[in-house]
Design a protein around this ligand. Structure first.
Ligand SMILES: [Zn+2]
Length: 560
């Protein structure tokens, strides 16, 4: 008697092959049969009646490092079909971390990834100091989905350099110590090494995140240490000043894949992303493995001027970074500050989150009732009506409203023709949900369902079989997840049962369920009928099961 038989499903097996009607049998967490009609007795039979069955989604860009210590369900991702999450992207991890650095680490995460400091303080279970101890804690506590963890550059740097981590380049001796930590993390089961050189990544007080202070020799030494054992993916969220040839040289010298984020389409500078993808294709042509993380979601963010993530990467915004209250209001009102911001926005650059597309910035809600007339209107419109420059119009409104006005900005990746081409690029990887981070700004944890519904079904940008391959066997192969990502006999029974006619992600909504009652945006699945992790059901048509089992495995051995 086997555990589970899913009968009469449209089997989309993850390989890209044409879907076929059939049955899938599961025992002891593994697929034990795939075929047109399996005559086996099962403890549980699910009549799929033509619903589609695919391998569970691999989310290669998440930030659940902190959340997983208080929320083993990885909400909301598991209910959205994700059965394996890669954590530690951009190098913003919580391990290794000495007790003395915990407060600093949490404050940095608050700034860079929009996580509530109160939630982090009351939520994180700090039962570890080193990276191997962190993995041991994750293994002991378990999680609903499978997890693979990067060792993060900023945490490694803070461990070795303390207060100086976000202030200066490292010495040769410090680099050697960092290499040792990376080696130990890889030996303990890290999936790779993650870092960031992006100017958008600022920590407490507006100081750059530690990895941004790394010189090329440090980056090369640490990626080298990662690759010594013959496995590992190097993940980098790249600033415009980090040249692709340097990254290709790391792929060449280590033989390891280099995964570059965040390749988002910018309507104001549309060539940049094609140049990056072109450089990646050329590198592959020379035998150097590189991939670009692309997103199937338009990047829009909700923000207030008290914490305006979209503009915090501007050099001219520096005087305002880390300030609050009256001090911040003084800077935002200063005409010289405003002129400097305007001048910078008028200068072309390779990557910038916000690009003066004022018609794509809207007022969501105001705190003062007499300002409500501006709600649901664009800054371009409000500025024209008031005869003001748009930046002045936005800042004046926010200042009048005690900096409580909520704005939403459609920043990048909104040109669907271009994004469709990026999603189909041979060397792109569909990613960038940022699940677990930016919790009050946006929520793209449902990216996989969006690819299936919006891009495959509604827009026909790719076949269903190809969309499924992009979400499953493709990323699983890049990371070397052993026997995951395909519906094959002997492979892990990570499964997603869904209705291809309705599948999608629901609208974002605000909930207050984080530790200390902090708010986040979440989104519900549409058209999902069941999610299984290692053969155990964790979600059904109503979402995550109330008693969802901790069926996930901590992935620490890789075939790549
Ligand atoms: Zn990230």
């Amino acid at each position: 008697m086997i555990d589970l038989l899913i009968r009469d499903a449209l089997v989309v097996d993850g390989s890209g092959a044409e879907p076929v009607r059939g049955d899938v049998a599961v025992a002891a967490g593994r697929i034990v049969g795939v075929g047109p009609r399996l005559e086996v007795a099962a403890r549980r039979v699910v009549e799929a009646a033509g619903l589609a069955l695919m391998p569970g989604i691999v989310d290669s860009h998440t930030h659940f490092d902190a959340q997983i210590t208080w929320d083993p369900t990885l909400s909301p991702s598991t209910a959205l079909g994700v059965t394996t999450a890669v954590i530690g992207n951009c190098g913003f991890t919580i391990a290794p971390c000495r007790p003395a650095d915990r407060e600093r680490t949490m404050r940095n995460l608050t700034q860079v990834e929009g996580m509530s400091i109160a939630a982090l303080r009351s939520g994180i279970d700090w039962g570890f100091e080193t990276f191997p101890e962190y993995l041991a804690q994750l293994r002991a506590s378990g999680s609903v989905a499978n997890v693979a963890a990067y060792v993060g550059h900023s945490s490694v740097r803070t461990w070795v350099m303390g207060d100086d981590a976000n202030k200066r380049a490292a010495t040769a001796e410090e680099i050697a110590r960092m290499q040792q930590i990376v080696r130990e993390a890889m030996a303990a089961g890290a999936v790779g090494f993650a870092s960031s050189t992006s100017p958008a990544h600022n920590g407490e007080g507006g100081l750059p995140m530690p990895s941004r202070l790394a010189a090329d020799d440090e980056m090369a030494a640490l990626v080298g240490a990662m690759g010594e054992g013959g496995h590992g993916v190097y993940m980098l969220t790249k600033g415009g000043h980090t040249p692709m040839p340097f990254l290709e040289s790391l792929a060449a010298s280590t033989g390891r894949p280099v995964m570059v984020a965040a390749l988002l389409h910018n309507s104001v500078n549309p060539d940049a992303v094609w140049q990056d993808l072109g450089a990646i294709a050329a590198a592959n042509g020379r035998g150097h493995r590189m991939l670009g993380q692309v997103s199937c979601c338009p990047l829009s963010m909700d923000f207030t001027l008290a914490s305006p993530y979209p503009v915090e990467g501007l050099a001219s915004w520096k005087p305002a970074l880390g300030l609050s209250g009256a001090a911040l209001e003084t800077v935002l009102a200063d005409p010289d500050f405003r002129d400097a911001v305007r001048a910078e926005l008028a200068t072309p650059t390779t990557f910038r989150l916000f690009n003066s597309e004022w018609h794509k910035v809207q007022v969501v809600e105001t705190a003062r009732t007499d300002l409500r007339r501006f709600e649901q209107r664009s800054i371009a419109e409000i500025a024209a009506e008031r005869g003001l420059d748009p930046l002045d119009a936005m800042l004046d409104l926010a200042l009048d409203d005690g900096l409580a006005t909520v704005f939403t900005a459609m920043l990048l990746n909104s040109d669907e023709e271009a994004v469709g081409r990026m999603l189909n690029d041979r060397y792109s990887i569909v990613s960038l949900s940022d699940a677990g981070a930016h919790l009050t700004f946006f929520n793209d944890a449902g990216f996989g369902l969006h690819l299936l519904g919006h891009w495959s079904r509604d827009r026909g940008a790719m076949s269903l079989a190809e969309a499924v391959r992009r979400l499953t066997s493709h990323p699983a192969g890049v990371f070397g997840f052993e026997r995951r990502g395909l519906l094959r006999e002997g492979w892990a029974a990570d499964l997603l049962l869904f209705d291809p006619k309705t599948v999608g992600r629901g609208p974002k909504r605000r909930v207050h369920d984080l530790p200390a009652g902090a708010a986040r945006l979440t989104t519900d699945a549409i058209g999902v009928h069941g999610v299984w992790v290692n053969g155990r059901q964790v979600a059904d048509a109503n979402g995550l099961l109330a008693d969802a089992p901790r069926a996930g495995e901590l992935l620490t051995r890789f075939t790549n």
